[in-house]
Design a binder for this molecule. Structure first.
Ligand code: UD1
Ligand code: UDP
Length: 378
């Protein structure tokens, strides 16, 4: 089975790793290449800094990409269009049986659009998540990707319900679980060995781990300044570890907010995956707007405050350790977390490290998707 596996941005690398590893394991068990997977890894180049891309390949033992489209940064239209033009060439040169896309970034949507128009079947891993907030670029990406993908591999029951409500036929929806947790489970020993908090000089359970990169939090001066003020205030009571995403770094430079300093405010460059897991597990609480960190906090049962009006990952609230917060309620919410238990919630179903295996099982049941796709009124 020839597959193109697409990855473009930091969270994508974490999501494709277990799929690629599971394919290698499966192939090793196949007799003389029978039923084997032949993945071609396409990196779109959406993220390109060493600490946003290369480090994940190294830490997660992801093979070097077969093809790098090197699209780099740009406006949404520029980036999406560049991925489309370059990815179309790749698909035309050697059409695969499947294109596998993950998550909700521009690269996910762009490659789905290309494949759908070439009648190449698309499987979307992490399908069905909805924030119901179209001011988020990711929500547009999710809607378009799921409208076009042939196989919708979902992490949770809420995702299945969202797709059904949108009229997706039942036979395209398969609940497989949370692929991020496959990577987490597989990397826990290395993450724990990193002792990232010790290297930063903060004690376990005695610091806040903060990541912020959503346009709604970091693209406007007033908002970003208010958030940073809150973080500085917090750091007087509890050390703050804040690896700064390049989007946020750029805003801080443009708005002249780079000079904010305080002894316990650890504003650092983005960290690798193992350090990030280690910091999330040992934090007193996580403050974030990241999708992945909401899930990792839930797995570790570390209290999490999500600085957003909504989340496309509601199980992290209903079952996990997450709650939403806003600038106006942040100080009170932090206080409530600090007065509350150190571990919260429970780990949802199918967050068990076996999602990639389940996905491969489903792909093996659909070895010749071209046939069913051609039959469909596409
Ligand atoms: C993207 C995704 C977002 C995801 C996030 C994960 C979209 C629309 N957004 O947001 O869903 O949560 O990745 O981290 O796809 N930059 C660098 N170096 C890099 C990458 C980016 O300096 O390696 C800077 C550039 O100035 C760029 C900006 O960051 O313009 C934003 O990058 P972009 O990929 O457009 O969006 P993200 O905010 O990273
Ligand atoms: N992460 C990381 N280094 C950092 C910040 C985050 O490795 O400095 C990890 C985090 O643990 C999670 C993933 O990156 O596994 C989440 O990616 P991101 O927040 O960029 O995107 P999102 O999940 O919001 O799409």
């Amino acid at each position: 089975m020839k597959l193109i596996v697409v990855a473009g941005a930091r969270p994508n690398f974490i999501k494709v790793a277990p799929l690629l590893h599971a394919m290698v394991r499966h192939n090793a068990e196949c007799v003389a290449g029978n039923g084997a997977f032949r993945p071609l890894l396409v990196h779109t180049g959406q993220h390109y800094d060493v600490m946003m891309s290369e480090i994940f390949f190294r830490e997660l033992n992801i093979p070097n990409p077969d093809i790098n489209l090197e699209v780099g940064s740009g406006s949404h239209a520029q980036q999406t269009a560049a991925v489309m033009v370059r990815f179309e060439e790749v698909c035309r040169r050697d059409p695969p049986d499947w294109v596998i896309v993950v998550g909700d970034v521009n690269s996910t949507m762009a490659c789905t659009l290309v494949a759908a128009k070439l009648w190449i079947p698309v499987a979307h891993v992490e399908a069905g998540l909805r924030s119901f907030d179209r001011s988020m670029p990711e929500e547009i990406n999710r809607l378009v990707t799921d409208a076009l993908a042939d196989l919708l591999l979902t992490p949770s029951a809420d995702a299945d319900d969202n797709l059904r409500r949108e009229g997706v036929p039942e036979d395209r929806i398969c609940r497989v679980g949370n692929i991020m947790i496959d990577t987490l489970v597989a990397n826990l020993p290395q993450a724990r060995a990193r002792q990232a908090h010790v290297r930063l000089g903060v004690a376990p359970g005695r610091y806040a781990y903060v990541t912020l990169h959503r346009p709604s939090n970091v693209d406007r001066r007033e908002t970003l300044e208010a958030v940073l003020d809150e973080l500085l205030r917090l750091s007087r009571d509890l050390p703050v570890v804040f690896p700064v995403h390049p989007r946020t770094q750029k805003s801080m430079e443009i708005f002249g907010l780079n000079g904010l300093r305080s002894p316990h405010f650890h504003k650092i460059a983005p960290v690798g995956y193992h350090d990030s897991l280690c910091l999330a597990e040992n934090a007193r609480f996580v403050l974030t707007d990241s999708g992945g960190l909401q899930e990792e906090s839930t797995y570790f049962r570390t209290p999490c405050l999500t600085l957003r009006p909504n989340t496309e990952r509601p199980v992290t609230i209903t079952e996990g350790s997450n709650r939403l917060t806003s600038l106006s309620t942040l100080a009170g919410d932090i206080e409530a977390v600090l007065n509350g238990p150190e571990r919260l919630g429970r780990v949802p179903d199918l967050w068990d490290g076996r999602t990639a295996e389940r996905i491969l099982g489903i792909l093996l049941e659909n070895p010749n998707p071209h046939v069913s796709l051609a039959r469909r009124d596409h």
